[in-house]
Ligand binder design. Structure first.
Ligand code: OXD
Ligand code: MN
Length: 591
């Protein structure tokens, strides 16, 4: 059936269930965007910020119980439970029909249904994929306009190919008891009900570009990953592209927009994407990455001129903030922003706040939603349909102990094992306890749309592709602490010094030593001139505690044990080789 008819039929079917008062087909134009912004101010779902200081910017306050992704209410719907795997919540399609579908019945009565066609990926790219989100939230529609290529351009692809992901969203009654985010990889369908929070409701992002796309990528031989993409430019003008996976709120946006410190003059970092990478093998055997999104949906608290000056410039206009505080002058404010705290403000719920208040002014997971083109360091290739060739892949996490500042894997399959073994301390981006160590393979634990054992196998299989020019795989940790709980590495712009070593390695240069867990930089290989990090601290940052690694491997083995016989043999072999190397190093008295 031609795409447009298929779409009309689906929209009619959804309208019969949700019974909206009216249906608006979004064209993605500027006029439409401005009209939506006006309507939202009228119904008070957007508050106009100080237009002199923050032109085109607004504040949205979400329901206080709806401020982060709700992983426990996020499901993968497959006929067989094993296809979703032990790390996903599973629901059978039949159960979804009886438990979730009825929640849409009459859910849009007295509301408007917005039909939002969107494209993920640059138009004309072999990786561009279309979707249509039906939503009753204007906040969702305006953010989709920033985060995706919305409207006509998507309709063209849908008309031509007849293919699109069907994404149905309703705020429902916003009750956590009736909140579900359900994915049907087989039917390319997503149902989200009961939440207006970005990660649960902007369905092009985590739901489509990761959970649904990861399934498609496996079938078609490419990779859909929770990774930023950046280009590091040397003073000679050579640009090396890197993709990096970090769990939520571990500084991905900061790294993607890294501002080189003055002492590293001549170096530049270019942003291609800050959250998601779709990567496919090119005819020359290299791995090419595109950013499927067109905006940044970043965490505001902690963002400042010190931590991310490029983000601060990006979010100065045309930005939709969610759950930040607002000063009496109509300026957005959050903890960790530059300058003194305001003497008085409204907190994220709209209650009066002062520095003496017990609660934080901004929600820790408050967000900004801004167009990518506003970023001062946006790469000239950020929307290149062919993507950028990736030379290095980084896996990172937030670990106070154990993992060194940087290490390079011995091989592709060892790198896959390193990524699969990732663990991190939790943050506010997901609801639940903060600061607990959880295993988060390749930062995809909440985003992989199928059994992660098969996901590891898919990654391993890439290493065996004929003619593939494999990127090198690294592990990084900016968050190591000393015994007093103080961060040992300055982080932020100074992370460029680590990127420099990574670029050298990716280009076949740079000195290494080889302890049991991977190649480490020779202590002098990372330039620390003028950094104030002593040689001793540098040694500590790169130290490997073999006993602690062996203990960690027990936890890792317990996690891998969840996958039973589905865990790829190659991963088991990497694990057991690492264990043997560690045991023999331990017997010799450490590294
Ligand atoms: C995000 C997340 O919003 O990972 O990017 O939670
Ligand atoms: Mn993310």
């Amino acid at each position: 059936m031609p795409g447009k008819e298929k779409l009309i039929q689906w929209v009619e079917e959804m309208a019969r269930q949700t019974e909206p008062k009216r249906i608006v087909w979004c064209d993605g134009s500027d006029e439409e965007y401005h009209q939506f912004i006006e309507e939202m101010q009228d119904d008070r779902s957007l508050i106009r910020l100080n237009q002199k200081e923050y032109p085109g910017s607004y504040l949205h306050r979400s329901h206080p119980s709806d401020v982060a992704r709700t992983e426990k209410l996020t499901f993968i719907c497959t006929t067989r439970r094993a296809d979703a795997g032990p790390t996903n919540n599973w629901m059978s399609p039949k159960e979804a029909q009886t438990r979730v579908w009825p929640l849409y019945h009459g859910a849009m009565q007295e509301r408007t249904m917005y039909v939002v066609p969107y494209l993920m990926g640059p138009p004309g790219s072999p990786l561009a994929r279309a979707g249509v989100e039906i939503t009753d939230s204007l906040y969702v529609a305006v953010c989709m306009r920033i985060m995706t290529r919305m409207g006509r351009i998507a309709m063209e692809q849908i008309g031509r190919t007849g293919e699109f992901v069907k994404a149905l969203h309703s705020l429902g009654d916003l009750s956590p008891e009736r909140r579900f985010i359900v994915h049907f990889p087989k039917g390319d369908e997503i149902w989200s009900v009961g939440s207006g929070y970005g990660g649960n409701a902007l369905l092009g992002k985590k739901c489509h570009a990761l959970r649904i796309a990861s399934v498609e990528a496996r079938q078609e031989g490419w990779l859909a990953e929770h990774m930023l993409i950046l280009g590091v430019q040397s003073p000679r003008g050579e640009v090396t592209y890197v993709a990096a996976a970090f769990p939520s709120a571990c500084g991905k946006t900061n790294l993607a927009m890294l501002m080189p410190p003055p002492e590293l003059s001549g170096w530049r970092v270019w942003t291609v994407g800050d959250d998601i990478a779709w990567m496919r093998w090119g005819d020359d055997g290299r791995l090419y990455a595109v950013n499927p999104e067109t905006g940044f949906f970043g965490v505001a608290p902690g963002t400042s001129a010190k931590t991310n000056p490029n983000a601060m410039a990006t979010i100065r206009r045309n930005t939709i903030y969610a759950n930040v505080a607002m000063t009496h002058d109509g300026l957005p404010w959050w903890e960790g922003m530059d300058g003194p705290s305001p003497a008085e403000a409204w907190d994220w719920r709209g209650h009066p706040w002062s520095p003496a208040s017990e609660d934080k002014a901004s929600h820790p997971n408050a967000r900004f939603c801004s167009p990518a083109t506003q970023c001062p360091c946006i790469s000239s290739k950020w929307d290149d349909p062919q993507g950028v060739p990736i030379s290095a892949i980084l896996f990172g996490g937030r670990r106070a102990r154990l993992t060194p500042l940087v290490l390079e894997s011995f091989s592709w399959s060892h790198g896959v094992y390193v990524g699969a073994g990732m663990a991190t301390e939790t943050t506010a981006a997901q609801s639940g306890a903060v600061g607990v160590v959880r295993r988060d393979p390749m930062a995809m634990l909440p985003f992989c749309g199928y059994n992660m054992a098969d996901y590891f196998a898919h990654w391993l299989a890439q290493g065996g592709r004929a003619g593939a020019v494999l990127p090198k795989i690294f592990q990084v940790n900016w968050f190591r602490q000393d015994e007093n709980g103080k961060y040992m590495w300055p982080g932020f712009g100074q992370n460029l010094r680590v990127l420099q070593w990574i670029v050298d390695r990716a280009r076949g240069r740079g000195a290494v030593v080889a302890p049991p867990v991977g190649f480490l930089p020779d202590p002098k290989a990372i330039d620390t001139t003028g950094l104030g990090v002593s040689e001793e601290s540098m040694r500590d940052l790169l130290a490997i505690d073999t006993e602690a690694w062996l203990a960690e491997m027990e936890e890792e083995a317990a996690f891998f044990g969840l996958f039973g016989s589905r865990l790829p043999e190659e991963l088991r072999r990497e694990m057991s080789s690492q264990e043997k190397r560690l045991e023999s190093a331990n017997a010799k008295g450490g590294r």
